[in-house]
Design a protein around this ligand. Structure first.
Ligand SMILES: Cc1ncc(C[n+]2csc(CCO)c2C)c(N)n1
Length: 222
């Protein structure tokens, strides 16, 4: 049976497709993405991750149970203790040093997305916040898994293979499966009106993910 994530995706199928099969993603898969686009994406993603750590801190405040607080703590820790240091070492491989990441002007697409998530969390409850986070948390797992399983994905000489493998990897896939169950449990018993509210938020966050990829591509066009 379709779970909450399946239902949310089905409600915005065209936007979900535009996100998960964006030209940026296709460029990662066949290795054709201009490196300048990827570098721009990586530097902005550093700021993105910092705001996502704030979103998990907000999830701690919005928690209703001790389990919610533990999950919020683990979310912060996953970003602050793991993702950000991985990101820094990954950036180094791409010639982006710490100095390039501090005092970085924030792209408007990044501002729109991260502040949208925080606003949904502040105005709403823990479920609203997690639905705003879901396209990020679950979309990258879906993209990584699909690209890793696709025989058309270029493996030899693809500079983006490590990125694909990171999101296709067991750790990320397990975290996605857990998040998927968690949002379904938070939404247990909701009615149609509430689902429609969540669906709008999920769609908007998906559109903001599309904007984030596009920001990367646009960096090489201007
Ligand atoms: C624009 C953008 N969207 C999603 C992710 C992926 N992501 C960010 S935080 C997180 C949860 C793990 O702690 C995941 C899967 C990204 N890096 N950048």
């Amino acid at each position: 049976m379709a779970d909450l994530f399946d239902r949310l995706k089905a409600e915005c199928a065209a936007d979900w497709h535009a996100y998960t099969d964006h030209a940026f993603v296709r460029g990662l898969a066949d290795g054709s993405l201009p490196e300048a686009a990827f570098r721009h994406y990586l530097t902005q993603d550093y700021l993105f991750l910092i705001h996502f750590a704030r979103a998990f801190a907000l999830a701690g405040y919005k928690a209703k149970t001790l389990d919610d607080i533990k999950r919020a703590k683990e979310g912060i820790s996953a970003i602050v203790d793991v993702e950000l240091s991985l990101h820094l070492s990954y950036c180094e491989k791409w010639g982006i040093g710490p100095a390039d990441l501090t005092d970085l002007p924030e792209a408007v697409e990044n501002m729109a997305y991260t502040r949208y998530v925080l606003e949904r969390g502040m105005a709403g409850d823990l479920l609203d916040l997690h639905i705003a986070l879901a396209p990020c948390m679950l979309g990258y797992g879906e993209i990584g898994k699909r690209l890793a399983a696709d025989p058309a994905t270029r493996r030899v000489g693809n500079p983006y293979l490590e990125w694909i493998e990171m999101y296709a990897g067991e750790e990320c896939q397990n975290a996605c499966a857990e998040e998927r169950e968690y949002i379904a449990s938070l939404a247990d018993g909701i009615g149609e009106a509430r689902f429609n509210e969540l669906s709008r938020c999920f769609r908007d966050a998906t559109r903001l993910e599309i904007g984030f990829w596009q920001m990367g591509l646009d960096a090489v066009r201007t």
